[in-house]
Design a protein around this ligand. Structure first.
Ligand code: PLP
Length: 383
């Protein structure tokens, strides 16, 4: 194979973004400061939300959000087994118990029809994931949350740019956490943000995010700043830096174009693979939505291909094409089995999907020729 390795994901960083990062580095202010303030404002505008709090990762965002929900030992948070470990880790680190419900095998999102049966008097929070950037049924989700007076923390790590019934994910509901990891729809290298319309909650996040300090600390060292502050709780150090925000400001401006290209590439896969029996292709729900296609994840049919998912990924690698695995079922990792007694067979749809799922290459700068190459290589592998 003489062709260069094609990764399954690659960030698109414009010259304007690089220039902004360089001027930030040269500016004398590189940690949390004016560029984080500018990025925050741009995100507030984007989400049409009063409170957006950039943080150093979505993992930190989920953790701080759950801490700010004041969970007590024994409190339960309902989530999905088809997610990255960060989702469940945040629940445990916030002192609560993760309760899982199986996924809808069509959308791969948490099956909201199973939600009510999992709710009991210890339930405090519903923590669904907009898997791959496909929005959950927001109306149904919030109807159930309202009925039982539960908080909702949307793990929207995959979902910046996604829309439900014409409204952006992040522009409605309780709390959303987005990721700006390099594989995601936009990046700040590492990073993320918390979005909410709840002022008290946002104030608590702001304190938890930076040492428990009760006021914006970034201009303490400037001419107009004051060295004075109070520590009102033992907080974390989860603030975003100005270098990250310099990148984020430009990524956000370019996001709409990224999402358009992601949709083109996903549609191209859907069309090209529609009559391949080797795959079950991603399915869409009937409600109005815009998919952001953070990942394109068909399920392999081993009885047709004669190879399992891991063998397929290896064969692609040998042909210089990268693929991704999102995800292994979280409940079957040793910690979760030991700590919470999860077992194989507990969530059959998720387990079936996790054995068969693979993320094919998809990123905004991917060319049609690279896309064709993926299809050609898959054709050769299967035939
Ligand atoms: C569903 C989900 N939640 C949370 C995270 C954590 O994001 P971050 O890497 O920004 O901490 C990820 C990252 O892959 C994810 O896929």
């Amino acid at each position: 194979m003489s062709e260069e390795f094609l990764p399954f994901s690659r960030p698109s960083i414009s010259q304007a973004a690089i220039d902004e990062v360089v001027s930030c580095l040269q500016s004398g202010w590189i940690t949390t400061g004016p560029r984080v303030a500018q990025f925050t404002e741009a995100l507030q505008h984007y989400f049409n939300a009063p409170h957006v709090l950039p943080v150093m990762s979505a993992t930190a965002g989920l953790h701080l959000s759950l801490l700010a929900m004041n969970l007590e030992p024994g409190d339960e948070v309902i989530t999905t087994p088809l997610t990255f470990a960060a989702t469940l880790n945040a629940i445990v680190l916030a002192g609560a118990k993760p309760v899982l419900i199986d996924i809808d095998p069509q959308t791969l999102n948490m099956d909201l029809n199973l939600l009510e049966a999992a709710i009991n008097k210890r339930t405090r929070v519903i923590l669904p994931v907009h898997f791959a950037g496909l929005p959950l049924d927001i109306n149904l989700l919030y109807d159930i949350a309202a009925k039982y007076e539960l908080r909702v923390l949307e793990d929207a790590a995959h979902a910046i740019g996604s829309e439900y019934q014409g409204q952006r994910i992040g522009s409605m509901g309780d709390v959303q956490v987005f990721s700006f990891h390099p594989n995601k729809n936009m990046t700040t290298v590492e990073g993320g943000c918390i979005v909410t319309r709840d002022t008290q909650f946002a104030d608590q996040i702001s304190r938890l995010r930076f040492h428990g300090i009760d006021r914006q600390a970034w201009n303490r060292y400037g001419k107009s700043g004051s060295q004075d502050y109070e520590v009102v709780l033992p907080g974390y150090k989860s603030n975003m830096t100005d270098v990250q925000a310099a990148l984020g400001i430009h990524q956000l401006r370019e996001l709409a174009g990224f999402i358009t290209r992601r949709n083109e590439l996903a549609n191209r896969y859907q069309e090209a693979l529609s009559d391949w029996p080797q795959w079950n292709l991603p399915q869409r729900p009937s409600y109005d939505h815009l998919h952001s296609w953070h990942i394109y994840t068909p399920l392999i049919n081993e009885d047709i291909t004669g190879m399992n998912r891991d063998q397929f990924m290896q064969a692609m690698k040998e042909c210089n094409i990268g693929t991704g695995l999102h995800y292994r079922a979280v409940h079957l990792y040793p910690y979760y089995r030991q700590a919470f007694g999860f077992n194989p067979g507990d969530f059959p749809h998720a387990e079936d999907v996790c054995e068969r799922i693979v993320s094919l290459p998809l990123f905004p700068s991917m060319t049609d020729a690279e896309h064709d190459r993926v299809l050609d290589v898959m054709y050769r592998i299967f035939n």
